[in-house]
Write a protein that binds this ligand. Sequence first.
Ligand code: 5GP
Length: 253
Amino acid sequence: MARRKKIYEGKAKTLYEGPEPGTIVQYFKDDATAFNAEKHAVIEGKGVLNNILSEFFMLGLGQIGVPTHFLKRLNMREQLVRSCEIIPLEIIVRNYAAGTICKRLGIDEGTQLPRPVVEYCYKDDALGDPLVTEEHIAAFGWASQQDMDDILSLALRVNDFMSGVMLAVGIRLVDFKIEIGRIYDGDFQRLVVADEISPDSCRLWDIKTGQKLDKDVFRRDLGSLTDAYTEVARRLGVMPNNPPAPGKPTLVN
Ligand code: 5GP
């Protein structure tokens, strides 16, 4: 069998050249890292759950007209996506205070924010993904003003979609991170939601109990990460033996 070409190996995913030009295969690994990779573990099944959950969210976004790089899931660990140029920014949307905003601004964890707060971090592991302003983004040419307008609009649409989907299954979307890619079509470019959307990149709390169902379980040693992600997948009706059906989440009492 021909060996496929590895393009990039990240902390949680490996990218391979896809079968057609302009496509990439995203392989979801079981590796979990935190605190800029200072903490690392291999958590069996995490990659499978993230692959299926990311498929569910990306398909749902596509259904409401939010462009994404997602093409199709290939198997339990891999999905086919459109190749794009990743803008070197992490776009974070926060609905409730948690994580770095608590430390930075002295806000209690769980405080509801007056409106969704969008932040940008420069994607650079060596620098610890520092928070940057639109002034930095413009000055260093990472994105144009038009790009920034489009990115803000995409981020807020993703937030509305994800908040609604999670609310329907009794989960609060506290915050999340997305990445945006450029796809070139001749002289034109369009922006798409890229990378992944999964409990690795969101904070998800059970609305009734406050139980954390996201990567903070690993960051803070709060129990089984697989159990937490499985609970999210179960509530959304996308457990691996039950193929994803976007738009058909299971209601919980
Ligand atoms: P915070 O800034 O509080 O650490 O993170 C805010 C949100 O963005 C959290 O949901 C967190 O999981 C996500 N996030 C921030 N940086 C990264 C990152 O480098 N990788 C992933 N997967 N998620 C991130």
